[in-house]
Design a protein around this ligand. Structure first.
Ligand code: KIV
Length: 275
């Protein structure tokens, strides 16, 4: 069954937990899709885990479209959500609609995600009016890393907690079909989850959310530049890759690879005729 923004909303009503993972290329998207994950997020985290930037602020629309189009060819069942990169929507409601449209037309996304609360409600409303489903993202919003003073837990004090609750209600009212809660204390994320009718997708927000999202390189222990507390490592793929690369290097230097079974044969009398 193809997952859509509608099935996301239905899942909340039925009390079914939603799973979301990032992917940035065809091969990974196919694996995530075949594992039955509900949604694939082409996150602007690609700036860090794929392109090696320190944060997500340098990611462009062209980066997002390029990776999203690749993922779209591997995502058959999962809902495909593309992140709107920094400054592709903050500048105006018009830019927000045009760039959301590009992610759908050129990147083949089925929904877009953008960061922010009250200040982006008009943008969400306009994109939804253009028939593009929007996933909101509040709490730690990485595109605001410079304004927030780093990657920090959000909503700990009373005023900040109330603001996050108000923002969740506001993005729902603006038409978002889901909201990502990033780095929010568990008790507050649970309160927000109960207060809104759209699914909350947590990352560092505890088990009370309606679903969870992780960056796949984090959960496979492939990316070591940062190790957030909220990540569970489900496999040590980074270590396995390094081992395999080293084994390959050793066999190449020893002449053990390629072996006979990796080579092509021909009538070798032809070789004798060559001059
Ligand atoms: O860019 C991303 O991968 C994200 C997730 C961390 C939610 O926004």
């Amino acid at each position: 069954m193809k997952h859509t923004a509608i099935t996301f909303k239905d899942a909340k009503q039925k009390g079914e937990k939603l799973s979301m993972l990032t992917a940035y290329d065809y091969t990974t998207a196919k694996l995530v899709d075949e594992a039955g994950i509900h949604a694939i997020l082409v996150g602007d985290s690609l700036g860090m885990v794929m392109l090696g930037y320190e944060n997500t602020c340098s990611v462009t629309m062209e980066d997002m479209i390029h990776h999203c189009a690749a993922v779209s060819r591997g995502a058959k069942q999962a809902l495909l959500i593309a992140d709107m990169p920094f400054m592709s929507y903050q500048t105006s409601v018009y830019d927000a609609v045009v760039n959301a449209g590009r992610l759908v037309k050129e990147g083949h996304a089925q929904a877009v995600k953008l960061e922010g609360g009250l200040e982006v409600c008009d943008h969400i409303r306009a994109i939804v009016r253009a028939s593009i489903p929007v996933c909101a993202h509040i709490g730690l919003t990485p595109q605001s890393v410079h304004a927030l003073g780093g990657f920090k837990v959000q909503g700990k004090g009373e005023e900040a907690a109330q603001r996050l609750l108000d923002e969740a209600r506001a993005v729902e009212e603006a038409g978002a079909f889901a909201v990502v809660l990033e780095c929010v204390p568990q008790a507050l994320a649970s309160k927000i989850t109960q207060a809104v009718h759209i699914p909350t997708i947590g990352i560092g927000a505890g088990a009370g959310c309606d679903g969870q999202v992780l960056v796949y390189q984090d959960m496979l222990a492939m990316y070591s530049d940062m190790a957030p507390k909220f990540v569970k490592q489900y496999a040590q793929i980074g270590a396995q890759m390094k081992e395999a690369f080293a084994a390959y290097k050793k066999e190449v230097s020893e002449g053990a690879f390629p072996a006979q079974e990796h080579t092509f044969k021909m009538d070798e009398t032809i070789i004798d005729k060559l001059y």
